[in-house]
Structures are given as structure tokens and as C-alpha cells.
Design a protein around this ligand. Structure first.
Ligand SMILES: [Zn+2]
Ligand SMILES: [Zn+2]
Length: 494
């Protein structure tokens, strides 16, 4: 799309009567200051709901260019640059090698585009990003808050801090052990924000988390419009007062949110993709609150917490007031060699047989798919119902479901199940705990699978290893210190 530049406004080429006027790519135009919204203009509430707080390509809007332009001339939308000078304004990419040039049909010449966010539609030098500059949609309804649960003492303290953070537009890290009940800790803060007509976003790295949260939150906030976004979702066309989204979908938002929650911030692919940090900053309003949730902050974050550089609150105990099962270290010899000889390391075999005899379900975590596939037939000799899952496994969901229903006695898995999956009464083993994939955080998360339910608060957690590592020791220290703090603060019984 090219524009004719006039002193007070731009005109898209499609709306020009003759093609002889000089046309420019939006990347080379000095964008005129926005006109204030004309109060007598009848704006489209549909467009308002769709576009408010977002920054979208013309192709993502199902409105005619005539319609859009009228809103532009009346001060309700702006045309912004998609990219210029090797800077993508949607995803923040500034790495030259992540741009490419192509022969552009729209501007009829060579045009640069961003490769980093290409999966969301092409942003090029001639692509405008369109944003809403009119008033945001208002909800006149009183926000209903339908939650009758109670919070534990530690949850309540954290919840109060979240509410304060929302009120003061501050930031807070909630460091809550696995199974602490962190979602409930957000409810009062979300209600505080929604009831002031603020817009709230919960971003999580995994689609599973978003899919699980969505119905839960809809129940708690029954008259709040909730938008649920993940790669492949079809919920994109509604205005959500509360937006649940996976990380990448945040790229479409701009100055939208008064309160953002980043769930599992340590698993957020920040470190692989710095543009996600940009996406979060772009999506929040300049005055807004942000809450990070994690069970396993990385070492830098842990340091920032202890030096008080990072506002934080810890929930060191589970809501059921039992301590977190302490992992045991068990030497299992050269497990690699054992599997090569088609044997399960004998101590692991013994542990597995004990679970089978006691009818106790278990997860066994493997350091790689290769070893796990080698091991599976050996385990199936012990019991043919034993199964294995990994990331590329097409029947992953069904297999996890069979584990939940109790049909599968023991599930072999890679670190793919280190988070999120909750089975009430389960023991957990890690094979080759010294392998680099089993970081402190992975080992803490894995241990966190055991003892989750109030009915079965205990569970055996074993790190089978062929040599101790810092990661293993740190994981044990991590859990130990959480239990200790929980004891001191009176958050566990016995
Ligand atoms: Zn981009
Ligand atoms: Zn172009």
C-alpha cells in the first residue's frame, strides 16, 4: 500500500482519483500528527471493539479501505509504519539478517520485509500498521466476581500484594512452589482491575495453560468478555476486557493493557527470542501493572530477589499445608551402558517393579527421546501397559489422558511433562539426573509433580544418577529452603 502525502493527512493510493500523483511507501513518509477524534463522527463500534489496543495490518481488518480512511480522517485510527531502517514496529526485530528484500507487488518495486514475524502476515516497508485512536470500549456492567473458594494464609498475603500492585501500577514477582495455587492468587487483582474498567492480559508460554485457564476464569468472571488467543485460535475478532494469550500473539497489541500477568516467566521464551520482551512492553500501557509468576526463577532472578532489586513475594507451601516431597539421590551406575545391553539399571528396575506391585502410578523422566525409545520395550516387558511420550509424539494428549484415567501404570517421558500435568497420586523418577537437560529448574518442576493433591500429599521422588551435579544439589536445596521457610511462617502442619 502506498500513500499520497498531504500536509495534514495521508491518502491511500486506492482512493486517489488519478495515478499521476507521486506516491510513497509509508516507511519513507513523515507521518502527520494525529487529528483529535471528531466527536460528531459516527464511528463503527465494531471497528472500535476489534482494533482498540491493537496494531494490525490492513489484511487483518475486514473493513473496506473507504471505511478505514473515513475513520482516519476523523481521528479514530492512525496509519503507522510497519517497518523502517531495519526496525520492525510489530515485533521489534532490529537484526539485519532477519529482514529480506523481495519484489513487491503492492509498491511495485524492491521492498524489505521482516522475517521474524512473517508467520503472522508480512510486515514490509509499504505496510501500514493500523491502530485505534478513538475512545476504548466501555463496559457499563458491574464486573461480576463469582468465586467462593478460600485462600491459604500465604496465598492471601500474595493476593494482597497483587491487588496493591494493580492499584499502584507497579511490578511484582510471585514465586510460588509447584502446586501452591497461583491462579487463585490473581483473582482479586484481576477483579480490582476489571471493576475499574481496566484491561487485563494473562500471557503464558504454553497453549495448554491458556486452554485450561480460559474456562476457569470465565466461571469466576461470568460477565467479562474474555478473548483466548493461541496459534490457530479463531477468537481474534472480539474485544476482550480480559485477554488470555500465548506469547507470540502479543505482537498484535499496542498500549492495550493496564495489567499484564506473565505466567511461568522462567519458561517464557525470552532468552531465545528477545523480541518477546518488546512485545510485552509494547502491549502494556505506559502506566500499567505487571505481575510475573514462577515456581522456578532463574539464578539471575533469584539474585535480584535476594538483593531486593526485584519486588517479590514467595509462597513456599502448597495450599494443602503439606511439605513438598524431598527428592532422593540414588546412584544407578552407567545407565547408558545398561540400556545398550538391553537391561534396565537394576535399581531403577527394582523401583519400577515396586510401583507396579503397589499399583502406584509413576512418571519416569528420560534425558532424551533416543534413550527413552531404547528403554520402552524393556519396560513393557515388566508391564505391557507402560507407555512413553515426547514432544513430537502425535498421540501425546491421548497418552496423558490414559495416564489420568489410571489406564497407564507408568509413563516414560522426556522433559515435555515437567510442567502442567497433575496426576493426584504419583511417584516420580528421573533417569540420568546428571544430564545437562535436567537443570535446577527442570528438576524442581519434576519433583513438583508429586504430592499435589490434598488426598495424596506425599510421593516418592528419586533422581537416579551416574554422578552428582550442581543442578541436582541446587534443586534439592531449593525445595529444602522452601519447606524450611514454610515451616517458619507456619504454613505447613506437622
Ligand atoms: Zn517483525
Ligand atoms: Zn512493498
Amino acid at each position: 500500500m502506498r500513500f499520497k502525502q498531504e500536509s495534514t493527512h495521508l491518502t491511500p493510493e486506492q482512493l486517489l482519483p488519478n495515478q499521476s500523483t507521486p506516491l510513497k511507501k509509508i516507511s519513507t513518509i513523515q507521518i502527520p500528527p494525529p487529528t483529535p477524534p471528531n466527536p460528531s463522527f459516527q464511528y463503527s463500534t465494531e471497528l472500535q471493539h476489534y482494533l482498540s489496543g491493537r496494531s494490525l495490518l490492513p489484511d487483518e481488518l475486514s473493513f473496506s479501505i473507504e471505511d478505514l480512511h473515513e475513520h482516519y480522517l476523523n481521528g479514530y485510527i492512525t496509519y503507522g509504519k510497519g517497518l523502517n531502517n531495519y526496525h520492525c514496529h510489530r515485533c521489534g526485530n532490529r537484526k539485519k539478517h532477519l529482514f529480506a528484500r523481495f519484489n513487491c507487488f503492492r509498491c511495485q518495486g524492491e521492498c524489505t520485509y521482516c522475517r521474524n514475524c512473517i508467520m503472522m502476515g508480512r510486515v514490509s516497508e509499504c505496510t501500514p500498521l493500523i491502530s485505534w485512536t478513538g475512545p476504548p470500549p466501555t463496559s457499563v456492567n458491574l464486573t461480576l466476581f463469582d468465586w467462593t473458594g478460600t485462600l491459604s494464609k500465604a496465598q492471601q498475603e500474595a493476593s494482597n500484594r497483587v491487588v496493591d500492585t494493580v492499584k499502584t501500577n507497579d511490578n511484582l514477582l510471585v514465586w510460588a512452589v509447584c502446586g501452591a495455587g497461583k491462579t487463585e492468587v490473581l483473582f482479586q487483582g484481576i477483579h480490582e482491575a476489571l471493576s475499574k474498567n481496566k484491561r487485563v492480559c494473562i500471557a503464558a508460554p504454553r497453549t495448554d495453560v491458556i486452554l485450561e485457564l480460559s474456562p476457569r476464569l470465565q466461571k469466576v468472571f461470568p460477565n467479562t468478555s474474555i478473548t483466548t488467543l493461541y496459534g490457530g485460535s479463531d477468537d481474534r475478532h472480539e474485544y476482550g476486557q480480559l485477554v488470555l494469550t500465548t506469547s507470540h500473539q502479543l505482537f498484535r497489541y499496542k498500549r492495550a493493557f493496564d495489567f499484564i500477568v506473565i505466567d511461568e516467566v522462567d519458561a517464557f521464551p525470552y532468552s531465545y527470542d528477545p523480541t518477546l520482551k518488546y512485545a510485552v512492553e509494547k502491549a502494556r500501557k505506559s502506566k500499567s501493572a505487571i505481575v510475573y509468576l514462577t515456581a522456578t526463577p532463574d539464578s539471575q532472578t533469584q539474585k535480584n530477589c535476594s538483593s531486593k532489586k526485584q519486588n517479590h513475594i514467595r509462597i513456599p507451601a502448597r495450599y494443602h499445608r503439606h511439605r513438598i516431597p524431598m527428592p532422593r539421590l540414588v546412584w544407578c551406575g552407567n545407565w547408558n551402558k545398561a540400556f545398550e545391553k538391553n537391561r534396565i539399571p537394576s535399581i531403577l528396575k527394582k523401583w519400577t517393579l515396586q510401583r507396579l506391585q503397589q499399583n502406584k502410578q509413576a512418571f519416569i523422566f528420560f534425558p532424551s527421546v533416543k534413550i527413552m525409545e531404547k528403554a520402552l520395550p524393556l519396560f513393557q516387558k515388566l508391564n505391557p501397559a507402560i507407555e512413553a511420550v515426547h514432544a513430537e509424539e502425535p498421540h501425546r494428549k491421548e497418552k496423558v489422558q490414559k495416564m489420568r484415567s489410571g489406564e497407564t501404570p507408568i509413563l516414560l517421558t522426556t522433559t515435555i511433562l515437567e510442567r502442567g500435568v497433575t496426576i493426584p497420586n504419583i511417584d516420580v523418577a528421573v533417569l540420568g539426573a546428571e544430564e545437562s537437560i535436567f537443570t535446577e529448574s527442570a528438576l524442581v518442576q519434576i519433583a513438583g509433580r508429586a504430592g499435589r493433591s490434598a488426598e495424596y500429599p506425599k510421593g516418592d521422588v528419586v533422581y537416579f544418577h551416574y554422578g552428582k551435579t550442581k543442578g541436582m544439589i541446587n534443586a534439592i536445596m531449593h525445595i529444602y529452603s522452601m519447606n524450611k521457610e514454610a515451616g517458619k511462617r507456619g504454613l505447613i502442619d506437622g
